[in-house]
Design a binder for this molecule. Sequence first.
Ligand SMILES: O=C(O)CCC(=O)C(=O)O
Length: 455
Amino acid sequence: MESVWYYSIGHSLSKGQGQGQSEEEQWEKPKSQLTKKHKHCTFGDKGELPLGYICTSVVRGMLHPSTGEYQFIPSVVIRYMASLLDESIAISPTTVSVQELIKRPLDSVPKRFIRLDSTPQAGPSDLDGLPTIDMKKLLGITSDSSDESFNGELGRLHFSCREWGIFQLVNHGVSSSFLQQLRHEIEGFFKLPLKEKMKYKANPGESDGYGNVVRTEKNHLDWGDRLFMTINPISKRKPHLFPELPPSLRSTLETYIQELKKIAIQILKCLAICLGIDTNLMMDLFKEEKGLETLRATYYPPCPQPELVVGLTPHSDATAITILHQITNCVNGLQIKRNGMWFPVDIPDDAFIVNMGDIMEIISNGAYPSIEHRAMVNTESERISIAMFFNPRLDAQVGPAASLVSPKSPARFRRFIMDEYVKGFFAHPMNGKSYLNGLKIMNEASDGDDLKEEA
Ligand SMILES: O=C(O)CCC(=O)C(=O)O
């Protein structure tokens, strides 16, 4: 026997029962009677529920709060109800998926996605490409920085970090065919049915997981869904995330992570040489098994009004360095802030983008400033990026390197334990470089005398 759920909103409303009609057609009439002023729904004789509650429940049904009975609600109705509410974009009380949102026709973007930042944007031709660093040439350089090497690739690295805070890395040794495989796996993840992806959703109060997490003031949302995971130390991996990923994605990511780790360590060593910091002290912070490493894969769907939204809110990374790979070749979206303007970055296929994060700005006592960046979206094409973040071990005491602090050049940042810094970062709204600014030493007096040489 066909089961039909009746529901009323202010007045009687019921599902049509036309034979041979699609689910969508059967709900067409009831749907058309819903309006914005309907704040509550009555489902048959099951009681009255706030519309917002229904729309933020698991997509195809809900547990009635008093009877505990599961009620099936066609997704087409849920989505329509959702469109009437601002909170609607949630697919569970803690998760939003833009990918799901755009499955229904959207003429305009919901209010919560309208971006707040109004910094002017430069034209595409205004940035003459980022500096390029050749990894093979860097690897030819040993730990002693002879004049010759310093004038070569190491010198270029120093210049890029000091003047730009970002560069593209070529000849990095990760093959094009492997990057294709990575693309295939990551695209496959975002194509999984929502029910599958929701197995990886972020638990309340946690940053790790799938979905669009509110990280800004005023509950603003970005136009992108992400999978954020702690990778290292292994003891910090969430049991429902990395270990439970589909096996082929997991093993591809495992290889990718190992490759990127090797690259990151080489770059960090070179940065220590450029800055004049003992490489052993630098390496001690990033000890293989203890360094904090996180990864974020972001899926940016096309948007009907891209000029109104932002794929990823302006921020600087809470890392020493970040290595970004744009999975979808030729679909650009990364923008960097230079001299108070946003500049689009054209990322060559297979190149990695390496940027300085706040921790590097602190260790270098301001010599290598972190770069503020954001991701933008477009009307036509989806875009996917994967960023890997490299940070000192959680128990490390971090501050400006002692060798870079002197009475003439006093410490510009206070010292802290990495673990506290990370917790503070995730509790802080994403807003440009504001978290780093809170760590600045404002007075002119140097407190460099009691700094330990721990990078
Ligand atoms: O997608 C991008 O280009 C930027 C990603 C990014 O900045 C991040 O994941 O922190």
